[in-house]
Design a protein around this ligand. Structure first.
Ligand code: SAH
Ligand code: SF4
Length: 452
């Protein structure tokens, strides 16, 4: 059915939020909504992030702006903040529908309560039930060549600073069968990049009683498919594509997984391994459940097996009680690992989390200083790593054109590469793999020429 109703989605935060927004878009399109601009849309969905106060604050600016530019707009708030009572109290009257994403199937009825002149078709196939079954819904992918494929949702780890286990609930994983089916369809359509995503991909287990389509006797007897096996199965799908994954938790990174990443051709040699801190006492108070020694041991195994690997991380600076000496351990970790990229966040106290019992005692100025000090090391190590690319040939997936009109893409190690031979500007290479010889490198980018 068609209606002349329109929607727009604003996504704040992580890859999982981006992926959820793709499912919300397809849900609304199945109800007959059409995508339109933020200013004109009848419905604006905001997929919110509550990981840090700064991300949360964005909605307090966006919502009044939306209402001002279109007073009749209906606002649906989903994502991390949809279950937060304090947020509801603060902006309750400005939001029309509060929608935990796991309750996406209720949206049709909620919209009908708002207005009853549209939509009465059932959009779900018979498999669709509730909760994390929203992941069964076919998404409207944002890209025609690179797709996020969520392999699960939620987190059971309860790092003391983190809202995710409260916002997304406990870990639930999709069956391997369902994931493989989604990837096969994408590859058939010509997708070149599949990013398997979950809060902690390393603790993936396929649901019990799922048909295991593998000859692996070990799997067969245990009736489980772990992340390493899942990667192998995705790798075995025929086609020219590469596989990324995020996020890996260091406590669950097995030797078997490292071996799989190293030995399977389609799996990118880029590992995002959030360390969060380099000091054992801080790691303990964060409830990360690994030590600096364990983390560095993993890095050694990974580098020994994959000398070309790119390593990236997440770090929190200024965690309650983090002393100068403890922070220096994180700096030393940066020197030792030689990261290619790091997402450095200043600690932000979050409602409902265990770390609230610790005093947020590091001054903002000091948090900022620590962030800058780590950035300084990162720039140096990343530049050093990038220099090694000069003069070598790499396969690049072209993403887009930049402001200069040059194509830009990424290596399998997720390095940005600008294409600098001008004769390519007229061609459309977006979504294509090309071979590039690297000529220049700086801290966070490479440049090179297409060689065939
Ligand atoms: N599941 C992923 C991370 C999800 S949250 C993992 O385990 O690595 C993304 C990042 O936000 C975290 O890695 C952490 O560095 C940061 N973060 C989470 N809570 C935070 C907080 N309260 N203050 C500052 N940064 C935080
Ligand atoms: Fe948050 Fe820790 Fe779970 Fe990552 S592993 S989502 S940081 S609780």
């Amino acid at each position: 059915m068609t209606t002349n109703k329109t929607y727009h989605i604003i996504t704040i935060g992580c890859q999982m939020n981006k992926s959820d927004s793709e499912r919300i878009a397809s849900y609304l399109e199945n109800l007959g909504y059409q995508e339109s601009s933020e200013k004109e849309a009848d419905l604006v969905v905001i997929t919110t992030c509550g990981v840090r106060q700064s991300a949360e604050n964005r909605i307090y600016g966006i919502i009044p702006k939306l209402k001002k530019q279109n007073p009749s707009v209906k606002i649906i708030l989903t994502g991390c903040l949809a279950g937060r009572e304090d947020v509801k109290k603060r902006i309750g009257e400005k939001v029309d529908i509060w929608l935990p994403v796991k309750e996406l199937e209720k949206l049709k009825a909620l919209l009908e309560n708002c207005e009853d002149d549209f939509c009465n078709t059932s959009i779900y196939n018979s498999k669709y039930k509730t909760n994390d079954d929203y992941l069964k819904l076919k998404p409207k992918y944002n890209s025609v060549f690179s797709a996020f494929v969520p392999i699960g949702n939620g987190c059971d780890n309860f790092c003391t600073y983190c809202v995710v286990p409260y916002a997304r609930g406990s870990e639930k994983y999709r069956s391997a069968e369902e994931i493989l089916e989604e990837v096969k369809i994408l590859v058939k359509k010509g997708y070149k990049e599949i990013a398997l995503i979950a809060q902690n991909v390393n603790s993936y287990k396929s649901d019990a009683n799922v048909l295991i389509n593998t000859n692996d006797a070990d799997c067969e007897s245990k009736k489980v498919i772990n992340f390493s096996k899942l990667l192998q199965m995705v790798n075995d799908i025929k086609g020219d594509f590469w596989i990324r994954f995020a996020t890996s938790h260091p406590k669950d990174m097995s030797d078997e997984l490292i071996e799989t990443i190293a030995s399977r051709k389609k799996i990118c040699h880029h590992i995002h391994l959030p360390a969060q801190a380099g000091d054992d006492d801080v790691l303990h108070r964060m409830n990360r459940r690994y030590t600096r020694g364990h983390y560095l041991g993993l890095i050694k195994k990974i580098k020994d097996r994959m000398p070309d690997v790119a390593l990236t991380t997440d770090i929190i600076v200024g965690f309650p009680g983090e002393t100068r000496q403890q922070f220096d351990k994180t700096k030393e970790l940066f020197e030792e690992v030689q990261y290619d990229m790091a997402y450095i966040a200043q600690y932000s106290p979050r409602p409902g989390t265990a770390a609230l019992k610790f005093e947020d005692d590091i001054e903002t100025e000091e948090k900022k200083r620590r962030e800058e000090e780590l950035m300084e090391v990162l720039r140096r190590t990343a530049a050093g790593n990038n220099k090694k690319y000069i003069g070598k040939k790499y396969k690049i997936l072209i993403d887009k054109k930049n402001k200069r009109g040059n194509f830009v893409g990424r290596t399998e190690t997720n390095k940005n590469v600008e294409i600098i031979n001008p004769e390519n500007i007229g061609r459309n290479l977006i979504g294509e793999f090309v071979a590039v010889k690297i000529e220049k490198a700086d801290d966070f980018g490479l440049a090179g020429k297409i060689i065939c």
